[in-house]
Design a protein. Structure first.
Length: 635
């Protein structure tokens, strides 16, 4: 029968019959349910979660009996309430009479208060949980010698803690069933390792006691910690892997290989460094080599200027640390010659003599990129003295005390610095280098410029959830590839951290920009809200950067995104001072673009659209081009 009919059908008619058969079969199939977030079994510590995913287009959807809005493309996003404990959400999709069901389990952990009676104590909540050692308690401030003792127990009781041979420490009930006290170790105490014994007497008159897991000790003998070789990559990367934090856990200093720290204690797996009186840092013990005694004294002396620069204005120094000779303060400096008269050396570099010592230091760029501040932690045997050389890019050098044992060295440039900087040990010195502006062609401002583009995530790193079955990594890559095409067409050299679905280490991306001497690092991402944030109305682009040197190009890119894609929404815009791995590198202006929010339906649909991604790529490339064109027009 079929063989006698087919010859009578035209190709168009046959195609129509075949297509109809396929559609009829699809219509009869049960719809698919795809939950992009959260995963089944996820634990969410908030009273709502962003429930997002998609169903077969044309389907309706209900969640636990409530109808949920579904777009023509099958997309759904709901700000879904969670009760304490286990939430079994029943998703039911219906299409053309066919139904599919899926159970999604989401757990909202709940800490239930202990009963008032009988009196009880939660041993798992006891603090301190780790051993705390003091190696030089006499040199610590009261704040550095404070130890928090805490636990959870029956509410309405009386609590205390004590160390063997030490006066009882009263504890307060700071919230229902939450007890806390602060013990200050006396400065001259030598204390063998001992646990706190906490005690709780409840409303029923019963007393329960328990030792803290962490033990406290005070012994004699500060030591030296030296950052292990090979732990820090590159010249300008600031790796969170090896960050030194303050006592509250906030990042305070990014070590370099060989950096030495005076160690005065240990807190669990961390050693404690006292880099200046009253300034302590916590450093992961495995990243440093610990040796007896304190670091050796630091020499100091005259700062030198690298290279044979042509004559420029006289350098000026402010007074140095206490006890150094007075020198004249900075004086106003007239405008200098244009860049074309600058020396051929690609960097302005100063050498701070440290006699081979590896003092801890921090670097910040301020004043719109006109000022680079290096804070050196350590007492100098001799003051730093002004360099004899001159350079047209250098307006002044200021050396000022920034507290006991801390010296601030400020490098002031004659124009905003927008090309990169590094501060690293080099031989016996600390080398402070600022990249010079290259010659720019006003008619072809991107000609000769090197740009590193980083398509965020990749490989096993999926990035944000793809509610329409495409994860963030696969949205970032085509945008970056297209930006690369557009920049190369204007004469730029473009380096891509990946051009396929490749898994990369976080710091490999910044190293690509550094090793290729790129003028700019741009990481391209799509945003998503974390748990606990209501997604409704949160949309639009954001551009993150750490150092002022990146603000100009970030602003140009943002302006183009807002101009060309008003349908994205304005977003939060510029996000300066970001503490992100891909914005912290200083060897070149580094920034991270969040093109839109995957947790906003409109932004997601735009990112899913080839036309939308093209518009985003055009905006990013145009913003970069605008920035270098503006740089080329400056004298």
């Amino acid at each position: 029968m079929r063989s006698t009919l087919l010859p009578c059908l035209t190709r168009a008619a046959f195609t129509a019959v075949l297509t109809g058969a396929v559609l009829t079969g699809a219509a009869r199939a049960a719809p698919a349910i795809f939950v992009a977030y959260p995963e089944s079994g996820a634990r969410v510590a908030f009273d709502h979660v962003i429930l997002q995913g998609s169903v077969t287009p044309g389907s309706s959807l209900s969640v636990s009996g409530k109808a949920v809005k579904v777009g023509p493309d099958g997309l759904f996003m709901e700000w879904w309430p969670l009760r304490a404990g286990t939430n079994d959400l029943k998703l039911v999709a219906t299409r053309a009479g066919q139904t599919a069901t899926q159970i999604l389990r989401v757990i909202r952990p709940a800490v239930r208060p202990l009963p008032a009676t009988p009196t009880s104590l939660d041993r798992a909540s006891l603090e301190p949980r780790v051993n705390i050692e003091y190696w030089d308690a006499g040199g610590d401030t009261d704040a550095e010698r404070q130890v928090t003792v805490a636990f959870r127990g029956s509410p309405g009781g009386k609590a205390s803690a004590r160390l063997p041979g030490v006066t009882v420490l009263p504890m307060r009930e700071v919230a229902a069933g939450q007890y806390r006290g602060t013990y200050t170790l006396p400065a001259g105490t030598i204390l063998p390792a001992a646990a706190f014994e906490v005690s709780l007497t409840g409303r029923d008159g019963r007393t329960v006691t328990a030792p803290t897991p962490g033990r406290l000790s005070s012994v004699r003998g500060p030591r030296t910690g030296t950052q292990r070789p090979g732990t820090v990559q590159g010249l300008g990367l600031n790796e969170a892997t090896w960050v030194a934090t303050d006592l509250t856990g906030r990042p305070a200093l990014y070590p370099r290989a060989g950096m030495t720290f005076p160690l005065v204690g240990r807190v669990g797996d961390d050693v404690r460094a006292r880099i200046a009186p009253g300034t302590s840092l916590l450093i992961t013990a495995k990243q440093v080599e610990v040796t007896p005694g304190l670091p050796r004294p630091v020499a100091g002396g005259p700062v030198t200027l690298e290279g044979d620069a042509p004559p420029g204005p006289a350098l000026s120094f402010l007074p140095g640390p206490a006890g150094t000779p007075e020198v004249p303060p900075p004086v106003p400096v007239p405008p200098l010659a244009p860049v074309s008269s600058a020396p051929a050396h690609p960097e302005l570099a100063l050498r701070l003599p440290l006699g081979g010592a590896r003092l801890p230091f921090t670097v910040t760029q301020t004043d719109g990129g006109r000022r680079l501040d290096v804070l050196l932690y350590g007492t100098l045997a001799a003051p730093l003295l002004p360099p004899a050389g001159r350079d047209p890019l250098l307006r002044a050098v200021e050396v000022t005390p920034a507290g006991p044992g801390v010296t601030r060295v400020s490098v002031l440039t004659t124009a905003p610095q927008a090309w990169g900087f590094t501060v690293n040990y080099d031989g016996p010195d600390l080398r402070v280098a600022v990249r010079r502006p290259p010659p720019l062609d006003a008619t072809q401002p991107l000609l000769g410029r090197a740009v590193t583009l980083d398509p965020g995530h990749g490989g096993s790193q999926r990035g944000g959830a793809g509610s329409l079955r495409v994860p963030e990594k696969d949205l970032n890559l085509p945008i970056a590839l297209r930006v690369a095409e557009l920049l190369r067409a204007q004469g730029a050299t473009v380096h891509l951290t990946r051009d396929t679905d490749l898994t990369l280490g976080l710091y490999e991306r910044g190293l690509t920009a550094e090793t290729t001497a790129s003028d700019l690092l741009v990481s391209i991402h799509a945003n998503a809200l974390p748990d606990g944030r209501d997604p409704r109305g949160v949309r639009g682009p954001e551009v993150y950067f750490t150092h002022p040197q990146a603000q100009g190009v970030a602003a140009r890119i943002l302006a183009q995104l807002r101009q060309r894609l008003p349908d994205l929404g304005p977003g939060k815009g510029l996000m300066p001072g970001a503490d992100l791995a891909l914005t912290r590198p200083g060897t070149q202006p580094s920034l991270l673009i969040e093109t839109g929010y995957l947790t906003d339906a409109g932004n997601l649909r735009l990112l899913m659209s080839p036309a939308g991604r093209e518009r985003i790529a055009q905006a990013i490339a145009a913003g970069i081009g605008d920035y270098y064109a503006a740089q080329a027009r400056q004298p």
